[in-house]
Structures are given as C-alpha cells and as structure tokens.
Design a protein around this ligand. Structure first.
Ligand SMILES: NC(=O)c1ccc[n+]([C@@H]2O[C@H](COP(=O)([O-])OP(=O)(O)OC[C@H]3O[C@@H](n4cnc5c(N)ncnc54)[C@H](O)[C@@H]3O)[C@@H](O)[C@H]2O)c1
Length: 451
C-alpha cells in the first residue's frame, strides 16, 4: 500500500492551513486552494497571513510537500482526498451559514475524475449536511466516484499546529469501508506520533498512540457540536458559580481548586470570567440549539448556557458602574481585544462588545491589545481611542477592564502604571492578576467571584 497520499485542501484559514501543514509534515503531498488573492500571495512566499504560533517555522520544514494555488483544477483532479475547510459562519435562520461550503462544491465538482476520491468535510456543519452534499454531488458530478466523509476538527487557535499534529483523537464519519481505510492511511503518521515538528513542539509529543474513532457521518457531525457545547457549558457553569461566590462570600479560586482535582470533572475550562467569544463557541452553541429545535427537541440546558454567556459581560459592567457611581463621562480602559490570548482573531470578541456597551452607557473608552496592528476591528463611533502602548492607554482612566488574559498584563508593573490613572480601579475580567500585586499597587480590585 502506498504510504503518502495526494491531498487537496480547500480554504487556508486557521483549520485549513494548520491541517495542510500537519499533513505535509506527515509526508503527504498537499495542495491548498485559497480564493483570497492577498492571503494566497503571502502563503506563496512561505509566510502565514494571520497570527498563529509555530506555523511559519513548520512550513519551512515541509515546504517540499506543500503548495498553494487559487485554482481548483491544480489540486482537485490528482487528489486522493479532498478536504473542505471553508468558513461556516453563524446564520440567524439556520444556525450555520453553509454558502461557502456549497460554493466550493460547485467550483470543485467540474474537476472530479472518475477514480475513487474521498471528500472530507472538516468545516463544522449541522447534522445531516453530509446527505445534502451527497445529493448535490450526485447531481453536479454523476460520473465521479466519491465517498463523503465527516472529519470534524477540534484544534484551538493559538495552538492550532500543536493540536493538528498531536490531536487528542481523530473522528471519522463515513459509510464506505474504503473511505475509512484511506483516512486511516492519511492519519497513520499522526496516530503513530511520528510526524516531524518544530523543535519547541517536541515536548508536547504524546507518549501514546492517538485514537481514531470510526463512526457514522451524522455522529461525527454532532460530536463536534457536542464537544464545543460541553466546553461552553463548563465555562457558563463556572461563571454561575462565580456569581454565587460574589453573593455569598465564597471564593471561585477555592472552588476551582476543589473541582479540578476531581478526575470525573477534569482540570480544564474551569476559569470564571467575562464569558466565551471567538469564531466557534458562540456560533456552534447557537447552531446546536437551533438544530435540536428543528429536530423537535428543545435543548434547555444549552439555551441556559448561551443566556448565561450573553449576560456575563454585562453583569461585570453593572458591577463596575456601581463602583464608579455611573459610567457616563468616565474614561475606561479595555485591555485586550482579541477573543483570547495568542491569537489576533476578533470574531465575537468580548472586548469589542464591551466597548460598544460602554459607549452606549455614556463612557469614553481607550483600548489596548498587544497585537493591535494585526487586529480586524469594526468602525467604532466617536469616543474610542485605540492604543498600542499600555501606559498611554491607562493615562487618565477611571478604571481598567482586563478582558483578554494576555501575558503582558500579568507581567505589567501595576504600581507604576497605576500612577497614570485618575483612579486605580481594576476590573479583572479573567481573574488573572495577582491579588497581592494589585493590593501592593494600591488598586481597588474587582474580580469575578474572587473574594
Ligand atoms: N478556527 C477554529 O479554531 C476552528 C476550530 C475547529 C473547527 N473550526 C471550523 O472550521 C471551519 C473553518 O474555520 P476557520 O477558522 O479556519 O475559517 P477561516 O475563515 O479562517 O478560513 C476559511 C478560509 O477558506 C477560504 N475559502 C472560502 N471559500 C473558498 C473557496 N471556494 N475556495 C478556496 N478558498 C475558500 C477563505 O478565503 C478563508 O481563507 C469552520 O467551519 C469552523 O467552524 C474552526
């Protein structure tokens, strides 16, 4: 059996590019189709068009196995496996907007040969999409010999390559035995843990083989939503516990320490804060809730998870409003605009939401992010100053809200920075600053359930 495969990947975003690099590192020949000209030009120069640690170094290692093109015909006809990794943004009506998926299928259909190929859907799509794709492909390419497989992606931005080369598990949903076999072959080097990686990732190489789960396509599609919904639930649960801490005098740090030692609960995703944002959790929780409803089931727990998350950031503002005796004409610093640290992605950013709410409540806002130059931000109305320097951002502010737990905020000299502020009030929306350091720097410190 041949060991290396020809792979076409459609879409060079966080998922498509990280997968492409992981598979090229695994020895496969990977051609990536990207439709955005600017992005493509950057990729063709061996660079990464967005901030994501380790990717650029890894591209150097596997450059011989990897190329980028705008043309489907240069990647699709020769591929053994075609992987769809285009966006599925939120859609108010249907949960997930599948227009990019179907547009890509129309574009690639005309280049399908009549030999066996697996079309892998890696984009997050509602349950049943594989059937719609199957019907569409039978119409668009009746002579093609295509198996449709679902292979959801679980990587995290900020550590996308690490998750792509060392995933916790690989999930494959298909109905043809040969499609499973070919995907086994694709992932064999990753499952065996023998993929070459940049040196700094070596310490994360797992000691055990990576499990691969073979399930139905419907299960694979639902498993992705279930994973994100479960993690979102943990976050909303901890936020609710933190709110109870605030009203009872208990401390969320103590609760977290207790819970994380329980192996049944697990140690991750137990941080209380301003809630989750980003391109996945908000859209995937809403999509699952709508999907359940359409199938005749009201997912009440998930509805509550979403509601708690929507309210959490505004609860925090209410608290600050109370401490400041109103927000009108107050100058507030927002610290962090990317939806989480180690990414420049601002999709569903809590920082952006808070700026808009602060403006609506009559405050003036200064906002800082260590990656400001690389962020895509909306046009704010008057009253917002964006700062790349933290000290400038805090100048004359009545309070600061730490929104994204960037390391630079943990390492900052708050005693010095506090001197720039009109009032030393810190709302730590991620419970990330040292209480002792803030006390020594003479700050009024407000956390989330931290007492
Ligand atoms: N970002 C994450 O952390 C993450 C994690 C797991 C799963 N997912 C899912 O993976 C999918 C992709 O997410 P992403 O964050 O990588 O998206 P992204 O927006 O970063 O990238 C998508 C890319 O596809 C390209 N594209 C769209 N249509 C194309 C076409 N017809 N031909 C060629 N290129 C095309 C776009 O130009 C873009 O570069 C989504 O369904 C998402 O929900 C994302």
């Amino acid at each position: 059996m041949q060991s290396s495969l020809e792979v076409a990947i459609i879409g060079a975003g966080y998922v498509g590019l990280s997968t492409a690099v992981a598979l090229a590192l695994a020895g496969h020949r990977v051609r990536v189709v990207e439709q955005q000209t600017q992005k493509l030009e950057v990729l063709q120069q061996g660079q990464v068009p967005f901030f994501e640690p380790d990717l650029e170094a890894a591209i150097l290692l596997c450059a011989d196995n990897l190329c980028f093109t705008a043309q489907m015909q240069k990647a699709v006809p020769t591929a053994d496996i075609i992987i769809l990794a285009v966006s599925t943004p939120p859609s108010p009506a249907h949960g997930a907007d599948l227009r990019q998926v179907f547009a890509a299928l129309h574009q690639l259909a005309v280049f399908l040969p009549d030999r066996q190929q697996v079309l892998v859907v890696k984009s997050t799509v509602p349950v049943g999409t594989h059937l719609e794709i199957q019907t569409l492909m039978q119409q668009l390419a009746p002579d093609a010999n295509l198996a449709i497989a679902s292979n959801p992606e679980f990587l995290r931005q900020g550590r996308a390559l690490r998750d792509a080369v060392f995933p916790d598990r690989i999930v494959i949903g298909a109905s043809e035995t040969w499609a499973f076999a070919r995907l086994q072959q694709l992932y064999a080097p990753i499952m065996a843990g023998i993929v070459q990686v940049p040196e700094n990732l070596e310490i994360h190489r797992p000691k055990h083989a990576i499990p691969i789960l073979e399930v139905s396509a419907a299960s694979a599609e639902l498993a992705k939503y279930a994973a994100n919904a479960f993690l979102a639930m943990k976050i909303s649960f901890m936020n609710e516990i933190a709110n109870v801490c605030d009203s009872t005098g208990a401390d969320i740090g103590d609760i977290k320490s207790t819970l994380q030692l329980d192996t049944r609960i697990g140690a991750d995703f137990l941080n209380a804060g301003l809630g989750y944002g980003g391109s996945c959790f908000p859209k995937d929780t809403k999509a699952l809730s709508q999907l359940a409803l359409r199938s005749g089931y009201e997912f009440r727990l998930l509805k509550a998870v979403i509601e708690v998350n929507n309210e959490q950031k505004y609860r925090a503002l209410n608290k600050l409003e109370h401490v400041l005796h109103g927000l009108r004409d107050k100058q507030i610093a927002i610290l962090g605009l990317s939806f989480k640290p180690d990414t420049a992605d601002t999709r569903e950013s809590i920082g952006v939401d808070l700026i808009e709410e602060l403006l609506a409540r009559g405050a003036m806002v200064k906002a800082h992010d260590p990656m400001l130059a690389q962020l895509q931000l909306p046009e704010f109305s008057q009253g917002v100053t964006l700062c790349s320097d933290l000290a400038n951002c805090l100048e004359s502010c009545d309070a600061a809200i730490l929104v994204t737990e960037w390391r630079c905020y943990q390492e900052a000299n708050w005693a010095l920075l506090g001197q720039r502020m009109s009032q030393r009030i810190m709302f730590d929306g991620r419970n990330t600053l040292s209480l002792k350091a803030m006390q020594e720097a003479d700050f009024v410190y407000i956390g989330i359930g931290r007492n």
